[in-house]
Design a protein around this ligand. Structure first.
Ligand code: ADP
Ligand code: MG
Length: 250
């Protein structure tokens, strides 16, 4: 059977003044999988995802992106979101003074340039939230929620945009154990619904728990792609992260 990749990034190179953040990186993600991206601080993980989400537009990096069967050049974040890629960055992008409902539906309605049908809005966000966290009251202000629930609002916002590929950049770094578990459970639920996720995390236990494939970056280079669960051990992953040279990656 032909392998079905929702995403192929090829030969990605990105330089900042004095730093080669990404050096000829190939990164492929299968449709429907949970793909974990790991590497030490500064290894280039966030930069790679920022290229994918249009934060660094075409022209500011070298290489090609094939998403969902087509070569794409994302000029900005909206371009990438319109293609079905939603990124939850390390710094949450919610507006604390607004309610959960309002945050979920914010970007959409401005783009459509028409008045908001609040009944429809509420019904839809209720349905999305219910599947994620039935106990969360959507009329609460985001600033009154804990970080764990705020992450869930971010995921709900992504789902309301008909996401095909969800990117989470260190989502659990600020979460306690219960909230982290809950978020991982949601990522697994989304997988059952056919949504592909890329999860960046330095918590190797959770990576090993949820990953179908693990890509390791080191100093801007792709040093390993692990697809076999027998390779998913902390010591193995750490060895790639910190730099034992391996000839036989593929
Ligand atoms: P990671 O997410 O794996 O911790 P990053 O992608 O954030 O790594 O960073 C990769 C490298 O690029 C680091 O050396 C970092 O200092 C550098 N870098 C990232 N963003 C910028 C920027 N906006 N300007 C200059 N250097 C940057
Ligand atoms: Mg980062």
């Amino acid at each position: 059977m032909a392998e079905d990749f929702i995403l192929e990034m090829k030969g990605i190179t990105k330089e900042f003044p004095g730093v080669r953040a990404l050096d000829n990186v190939d990164f492929k993600v299968r449709r429907g999988e949970i793909h974990c991206l790991v590497g030490e601080n500064g290894s280039g993980k966030s930069t790679l995802m920022k290229i994918l989400s249009g934060f660094y537009p075409h022209g500011e990096y070298e290489g090609t992106i094939i998403f969902d069967g087509q070569e794409r050049h994302f000029r900005n974040i909206h371009d990438s979101e319109n293609a079905g890629i939603v990124t939850i960055f390390q710094e949450l992008a919610l507006i604390p003074e607004l309610t959960v409902y309002e945050n979920i539906f914010l970007g959409h309605e401005i783009k459509k340039g028409r008045f908001i049908d609040w009944n429809e809005t509420i019904a839809k966000s209720k349905e999305i939230l219910h599947t994620l966290r039935p106990d969360l009251d959507p009329s609460r202000k985001v600033k009154d929620l804990g970080v764990g629930l705020q992450q869930i609002v971010e995921v709900a916002k992504a789902l309301s945009k008909n996401v095909k590929l969800l990117i989470l950049d260190e989502p659990t770094s600020a979460l306690n154990e219960d909230d982290s578990e809950n978020l991982l459970r949601i990522i697994k639920e989304l997988k059952k619904r056919g949504i592909t996720s890329i999860l960046i995390s330095h918590k190797l236990k959770e990576v090993i728990e949820v990953a179908d494939t693990i890509t390791v970056l080191r100093d801007g280079k792709m040093v390993a792609r692990l697809e076999d669960r027998s390779q998913f051990t902390e010591s193995n992953i750490v060895r790639y992260m910190v730099g034992r040279e391996i000839e036989d990656i593929y």
